[in-house]
Design a protein around this ligand. Structure first.
Ligand SMILES: C[S@@+](CC[C@H](N)C(=O)[O-])C[C@H]1O[C@@H](n2cnc3c(N)ncnc32)[C@H](O)[C@@H]1O
Length: 340
């Protein structure tokens, strides 16, 4: 009798969990350059909430999923000291390389998953449990096991400390000419959706639960994140440009259908604001391409010869942009809450 052995792959492949683990400072420098930079007004919204609903103290902030520290650096303007934590050691090394030495002296970098930040002095005690005034989760929450992570965040914050979770999605072209905008936005969506199909299959792979969790969060505009009223107060959910999906591509790019989930509690406030000048920037076709390269870090090798379709799409976009730049804004969701 003969027997056969089936070798199955158990590798979990997801962007920004496994996808960016081996990347060096050059990758993270390009990452920062390719991403939208939150406006100073955005940080003022967070501070305003912290001053009016929280304890208003500005001794210590913690930036979870800090990557190369791009947001930790911004927080140093408002806080005396900032902790930046991440699972990715290379990203933390890049933060040390990219942030100016005079600022690094006010930064503590901690390698840890968000979910275990409150365990066994993972964070040094002087900046650890019960010491954090503001805890920020920037462009990272869909990657986390949220109930476990929230439990850790609650332990890190002081009473009256503020939790700020946010996520931005695709660029929205806003030239003032509706017909032109529709065309530019459709061209972006076509390229992004095609790129997502290169990453398939998601369903049936070890990484599927991660993809499903991330897609559910974005399809839900983060309303799937429950902030139980026994632990969190003054919950405000800002949604800028909520008429545009937070997903980076259309549902046709997936091989499953993410279901929106709403776990908002009674007493929370949701503020929907259509503001096509929010985080405004001017992007050309190359800038869009850089953004896509950063959102889908490993797509080029997976695309093989089909990469030509992406290049053609980018050239079509370039032509529609007349070879130049156009204004872009973003859908952004920010959840603010105070630790009780
Ligand atoms: C898209 S980057 C965001 C970087 C930066 N916060 C920003 O706003 O640009 C996502 C980051 O989350 C980190 N990450 C992924 N899973 C994580 C986890 N379970 N705990 C902590 N960080 C995690 C990744 O290593 C990566 O640096």
């Amino acid at each position: 009798m003969s027997s056969t052995t089936t070798v199955t792959t158990t590798k979990v492949e997801t962007p920004f969990t496994t996808g960016a683990l081996q990347q060096d400072t050059a990758f993270w420098r390009a990452y920062i350059a390719s991403r939208p930079a939150p406006s100073e007004d955005f940080f003022r919204v967070i501070q305003e909430h912290h001053n009016t609903h929280g304890n208003g103290q500005t001794s210590l902030a913690h930036d979870v999923g800090t990557g190369p520290g791009n947001i930790a650096e911004r927080l140093l303007k408002y806080y005396d000291h900032v902790v930046g934590s991440d699972v990715n050691a290379q990203a933390l090394d890049a933060a040390g390389d990219l942030i100016a030495p005079d600022l690094v002296s006010r930064l503590t970098l901690v390698r840890s998953p968000a979910e275990t930040l409150a365990d066994n002095n993972t964070v040094p005690p002087n900046v650890g449990l019960g010491k954090t005034d503001l805890l920020v989760v920037s462009e990272c929450i869909p990657l986390l096991d949220v109930p476990r992570a929230l439990n850790a965040f609650h332990q890190l914050l002081r009473p009256g400390g503020t939790l700020a979770i946010y996520f931005y999605g695709r660029p929205i072209f806003t030239t003032g000419d509706a017909v032109r905008d529709d065309r530019l936005n459709a061209l972006y969506d076509r390229i992004a959706t095609r790129i997502c199909t290169f990453l398939l299959p998601f369903k049936g792979t070890p990484g599927f639960p991660h993809h499903q969790r991330a897609a559910e969060a974005l399809a839900s505009q983060l309303d799937n994140i429950a902030l139980p009223s026994a632990e969190w107060g003054d919950v405000v959910r800002y949604k800028w440009n909520p008429d545009v999906p937070l997903l980076f591509n259309s549902l046709e790019g997936y091989d499953f259908e993410p279901e929106p989930v709403d776990r908002r509690e009674k007493g929370e406030t949701t503020k929907e604001i259509v503001d096509r000048k929010w985080w405004r920037d001017e992007w050309d076709a190359d800038r869009v391409k850089e953004y896509l390269d950063s959102v889908y870090p490993s797509y080029v090798e997976k695309a093989g010869s089909k990469i030509a379709e992406v290049n053609e799409g980018v050239e079509e976009l370039r032509e529609a942009l007349g070879g130049g730049k156009a204004s872009v804004t973003f859908p952004v969701v920010l959840i603010l809450a105070s630790k009780k």
